[in-house]
Design a protein around this ligand. Structure first.
Ligand code: GDP
Ligand code: IMO
Ligand code: MG
Length: 428
């Protein structure tokens, strides 16, 4: 039985939540391995719509154990409010497991995210303001606070004091803010400790045992390949590794245990926040994609930037993640265009380039080279098999598959669980 990674192949918001939820009924564990409540995953079950930020999308499937891995950053206030929001709607969240090694997002990390962005001015990243970058920075600087620290007041106090020593200098002298009292932070964190305690576990041991016993484990990425701190459009990225390797470090599972890596790929492209985006549209087509696709951020409510499909990015996602499959989402949104442009390569300083350039300067100069594919007008949202799609929609999918370097094993034709065409099973 497989261990699978499911991740975003573009700049996030590809429909990972829906894809995870779809598989949730057939898997034993769904594990978040990086990121935090910067994610916004919309899952539609029947007539119910859920917006999840921190919790794994598998939490909506009763048989599935949701896990927050060591690589995730956890805002305890968000965790508890998301849990109580689900409980009020009748969702049982009691099976949740949280790694004791996951780092906590503290109020000062949120403050530093916001003032840091303000300080950058027009060079800002456009972060979600949830404290993600500063919390990962503390982790790497070895002044982070972990979930397990909630259960040793003396260690927690020492760590918060150490973390705030430099930050208070920064806040007061550079950002013109009031210094933060470590004791207040410690008290605030300790208030959450008892409520979180039942969920805290040695998740690495549990997950490795589960895989060894033949259980099905799904690792659910937040964000996307091009937002990866190593492989994305740095510095316009998030501060973690959404790419496949992140599942290993962020959950404590070796690469030899992973059988399948599924890239979630939107049939066009979107991006939130700042940074280069070669196929971005500023015309009525961009507006139409935004309106028809409902492209508004689940976390921040910001309008998403929209553009045509970019096969250079899809090929890159196949390469850096070792993708075995794609799940193509939102094909229904493209219904109605007479012709659909697809970016097949870039022109950079007069030269045709087929692969994503490693140089930031080159990527900023990349102009899309488009191929026009014929569109379709028939409603495809009820299609259950590939053969039921109009011929031109079939050809669009086949062309994308050819250009992107991995088989398209499922196609989304609407937001609901059942609005999916399954071509190859992910679980065989
Ligand atoms: P995530 O962050 O990758 O989980 O994606 P988001 O939830 O932020 O954004 C994807 C949006 O598209 C959500 O509103 C989903 O309900 C919706 N969605 C997912 N798959 C499909 C699809 O195949 N067709 C349509 N029309 N909507 C979809
Ligand atoms: P899901 O999981 C889209 C973007 C932000 C910003 C950059 C850094 O829903 O796909 P951060 O707050 O992480 O430091 O912001 O990353 N970003 C996302 N964009 N979808 C997301 O998550 C994102 N999470 C972060 O807009 O450009
Ligand atoms: Mg999202």
């Amino acid at each position: 039985m497989p261990a699978l990674v499911l991740l975003g192949a573009q700049w996030g918001d590809e429909g990972k939540g829906k894809a995870t939820d779809l598989l949730g009924g057939s898997v034993d564990y769904v594990v978040r391995y990086q990121g935090g409540n910067n994610a916004g995953h919309t899952v539609v079950v029947g007539d119910q719509k859920y917006a999840l930020h921190l919790l794994p999308s598998g939490i909506l499937s009763p048989g599935c154990t949701p896990v927050i891995g060591n690589g995730v950053v956890v805002d305890p206030a968000v965790l508890l409010s998301e849990l109580s929001g689900l409980n009020e709607r009748g969702v049982d969240t009691s099976k949740l497991l949280i790694s004791g090694n996951a780092h906590l997002i503290t109020p000062y990390n949120v403050t530093l995210d916001k003032v840091g962005e303000r300080f950058l001015g027009k060079r800002k990243i456009g972060t979600t303001g949830r404290g993600i970058g500063p919390t990962y920075a503390d982790k790497i600087n070895r002044v982070g606070i972990r979930v397990q620290d909630l259960y040793d007041e003396s260690i927690l106090t020492q760590k918060v004091e150490a973390a705030l020593e430099l930050k208070n200098q920064l806040l007061a002298k550079l950002y013109n803010r009031r210094a933060i009292d470590p004791a207040k932070i410690v008290d605030g964190l300790l208030d959450y400790a008892d409520q979180i305690k039942p969920f805290v576990a040695d998740t690495t041991l549990i997950l490795n045992n589960a895989i060894d016993e033949g259980k099905v484990v799904l690792f659910e990425g937040g964000q996307g390949t091009l937002l990866d701190v190593d492989h994305g459009t740095y510095p316009f990225v998030t501060s973690s590794n959404p790419t496949a390797g992140g599942a290993c470090t962020g959950a404590g599972v070796g690469p030899t245990k992973i059988n399948r890596v599924i890239g979630i790929l939107k049939a066009y492209t979107t991006r939130v926040g700042a940074g280069p985006f070669p196929t971005e549209l500023f015309d009525k087509d961009g507006e139409a994609l935004r309106t028809i696709g409902g492209e508004r951020g689940v976390t921040t409510g910001r309008d998403r930037r929209c553009g045509w499909f970019d096969a250079v990015i899809a090929r890159y996602a196949t390469r850096v993640n070792g993708l075995t499959d794609f799940f193509l989402t939102k094909l229904d949104v493209l219904t109605g265009w007479e012709q659909i442009p697809v970016c097949v390569a870039y022109e950079i300083d007069g030269k045709r380039v087929e692969e994503l350039p490693y140089s930031q300067t080159d990527f900023h100069h990349a102009k899309p080279i488009y191929e026009m594919l014929p569109g379709w007008t028939e409603d495809i949202s009820k299609a259950k098999t590939f053969a039921e799609l109009p011929k031109n929609a079939q050809a669009y999918v086949k062309a994308l598959e050819e250009m992107s370097g991995a088989p398209i094993s499922a196609i989304g034709v609407g937001p609901g669980r059942d609005e999916t065409i399954e071509i190859n099973s992910f679980l065989s």
